[in-house]
Ligand binder design. Sequence first.
Ligand code: FE2
Ligand code: FE2
Length: 579
Amino acid sequence: MVWGIGASKKDGAKRKGWLDLGSPGLKQDLLWTLIQNVPVAYSIIDKSYRVRFVNDQMLRLRRLERGDVLGEVCYNLLNGGAHCQACVVGRAIEEGVPHRVLRKDIMPDGSVVYADDFAVPVNVGGQDMALEALVDRTLEMLIKEKTNAVFLEVIRSMIKLLEKKDPYTSRHCREVAAISSRLTQYMGLGNNAVYHAMLGGLLHDLGKLHVPDTVLNKRGRLEGWEMASIKEHPVFTYLILPDLVSLTAIRDVAISHHEKWDGTGYPNALQGDGIPVEARIAAVADTYSAMTSDRPYRKGMDHETAMAEIKKGAGTQFDPHVVEKFVQMVEEQSLDRRALIAPEDTTAFVQMLHSGRHVQRRITRAKGAQQGGRGQGHLADSDVRGLADSASFTGAILDATPATFMVIDECLNVLYASGGFARARGKTVEEVCAAKCFDAVGGKAAYCFEVKDGCVRCPAVRAFATGKQQRSLIREEFQGRTLYYDTYAVPVTLGDAAGNPIKCCLQILFDMTSEKLAQNELESDLRRTADTLYHFVTELDHGTTGNIEDVSDVVANLNDYLEKMQGELADMLASQGAG
Ligand SMILES: [Fe+2]
Ligand SMILES: [Fe+2]
């Protein structure tokens, strides 16, 4: 992205009012306005890690005073005097290329700040430095954390339900999860498959909640209707598990664990590769666990006999490749039954997979910080303004700021738009700059001028009226998708090419679509889980389950939990102003 529109210089004269960003001072004004107002925390750090410049947002985010920061060594302020793990600043200066990392910082008061941490090399007065930009990602990550917590609680409750209904089935499910995840890992199918195998295993027989106790624990031959009832359990597992995106693959594994390689299994008589691979693995684990378990009416088979039985089923009941790998793993690692069923830490694994990669640190000040060159050697505001003429600096600011911009005049004509702004709307910069701002975002004038909570939604209109910075969450429809932008409007007076002052508004747009989607998804997950549980409970009766009270308790507790989460989510969104 480049400041100044090539076209504006060339064609600017054709259209009155276009900003000529080549004019001296104007680019500085705009860049400075941006640095001072954009909700991105900027700092400039030199080779010896001294902080030479910070904007207000950096002070707010780190809860520091400007006088304590300038001239201080950055890791004295944040990391107790030791170099930060995965420091992007040092690497950016050393290697001369941008670096990026997602950080989770635990503040001294215990609150958590997630930030996308960018460092871009810049040249300041002949010295190599880094521009560091921190973009707050706390809301998105907190929603993710909450989604994880809810998900794990749902899984935990399902396991508890099964335990209340039938302790044998619950133990068997744990064994299947352990064997399946071990084998999936051994087969090198990747973390996602291991995750499906693990949770698919844990929940595969959940549907047995609907099988009467008398049938489940019957000694001897099952009658026709009893067999039919048993055979329904994979379908019931599928139905009991809430219809959540995060559970789709797990439901598919659970419903298919009694399918057979030769197509003679149930409930869908799937065949060969048509059965999900995690379910083909679960089928082997399921049979092994069932054969080797002691039941009140028979003793479990020993390990060797069970392995021989599994080998016999290769190509008919089981995927021959899965059996081959199972046998290979057992022999190679000399596993017996006890080693095969040793449980894995499901919670840790799920958290690792869901929360993504980030660096975590506790913010601590070094003792004796601020002794060094406090307040010395920092860049004056005019020095930083002057950097607007440095292509490397301007480029760094724009590249490290995941936002798009436009400048509009009082008649809402677009005078300038960043390349990213135009691209996000499938237009060229020229097209955007030939229009009113609401045309540029898809002709949504009615939406922009809608009055919400007593004020016009469009933050630019409010900024012109009040002369103060304004903020709104703006919705846009683009190619069938709904996009959300956290939009800041900053009133600013700029000079046109002839030096005449024009009252303008700098609009800075942050894409909040992923945050909004995560929020919507969590809200609907909470609702759907509660609905599914409600239906499940209303279908229970004493004839099926002896200790129905215990089972109902688990469901009621989970419902309370979901309700509490719904409240917490609403509070969190209100406090973060992301409504
Ligand atoms: Fe089963
Ligand atoms: Fe099973």
